[in-house]
Design a binder for this molecule. Sequence first.
Ligand SMILES: Cc1ncc(COP(=O)(O)O)c(C=O)c1O
Length: 486
Amino acid sequence: MTSTLPAGSPEAPPAASRPPVPATRPTPAADRAGAARAYELDRAHVFHSWSAQAALQPLVVMGGHGSWVWDGDGTPLLDFSSQLVYTNLGLGHPRVVAAIQEQAALLATVAPQHANLARSEAARLIVERAQAIGGDPAPGEGRNYTHVFFTNGGADAIENAVRMARLHTGRRKVLARYRSYHGNTTTAINLTGDPRRWPNDYGAEGIVHFFGPFLYRSAFHATTEEEECARALAHLEQTIQLEGPSTIAAIVLESIPGTAGIMIPPPGYLAGVRELCDRYDILWIADEVMSGFGRAGRWFAGELAGPGVRPDLIAFAKGVNSGYVPLGGVVVSSRIYDTFATRPFPGGLTYSGHPLACAAAVATITAMAEEGIVENADRLGREVFGPELAAIAERSPIVGEVRGAGAFWALELVRDKESRTPLVPYNAAGEANAPMARLATECRRRGLLPFVNGSRTHVVPALNITDEEARYGMALLAEALDEVAR
Ligand SMILES: Cc1ncc(COP(=O)(O)O)c(C=O)c1O
């Protein structure tokens, strides 16, 4: 799944021709008037995430279908980002759209204390998928997944999973890795191991960070995956011992860290985390917000860890319903459920298990199962993205490593393949970030909507992107990389 490729620059492939774009886009004239108004009102009234507001020039997206969106001029862009890595079924999937419409007509909303068919079915389908993680649970270990606590998105899923873990264990501290993202609420942003935490961190949340495995930039001077795995686990155990095992409620880990770089854990790492959690009576919270629902070619990326490796709580969101209506949640294992069987869980949300979001989840999961979407993501990874991105890396002087699985790939960009110096410094902004800004511009200019973070670009399209679209997008990306390399 990982290839570190040597320098070298054989001939680039010929420019690709654009595959057919869905015909459902509105006329450019209608687009242009609406787009001008959208932009003007956005600049006047919308306060955007993570940004200094005044300099923003947001792309106006007027519509979308499948793997395509179109801008205010009616120009189509192939979406290699799945927006924020969540439109796993692409845009406008007819079954999900119809399910939302039907649910809106039947019962647009309902308070969380009532039972509702859309919510109940969604919970059943999600629990059923989670059961595939780690195979059959060992009898008596309490890791049978039974219930779902629904939230509005990923951050509040993490927030509530941590609350459950703290109450279940009676401990406060939580461990999380550097190079991670867990969301933007207080606990979730403090767990996060990337620069977005820095301005939000008052050191008050009882959170301790450790290094996870990442061979390309090993914190342990390792040279093989086996070494990296063993040393990362030894480091984690030492962190637990020095922090005091009796003070630690949980370890929170993305099953595959996403925004931080799509680092697939080496074989044995998650099994080792499970063992450490068992040895010290600590809970394991798997963050599957980005890696879940087919992204890595499995329903949950945790399945890649093999038999017997089951987290205690699983946070999900994004792909659960392709993001058509906000939804997240926590899959709860039986022993955590038992803690709250007679003692109230002190948490709730007005929109917990919102029927529009849950109807979208039922339709998404059903369509994914019937259309073989997870299997398709796995195939795309093995037959299309893996080989073609490796070829791009071999040709390009600035692609140091390609890694990923399914429709979940990262290209690590460097100034020099030998030294592995990142293309831009960590947390670069302004002039220092110019090469990455240029990459985004060059992609957009060619009709590709990329995902760019730090010194990386991620290839994270819809899981039902066609092979032709995938190859076309990679050809555009290769051209943009060549431009930046020059
Ligand atoms: C792994 C992971 N966890 C949590 C979150 C937070 O999810 P949300 O933005 O829905 O709150 C994200 C969002 O990107 C994520 O990638």
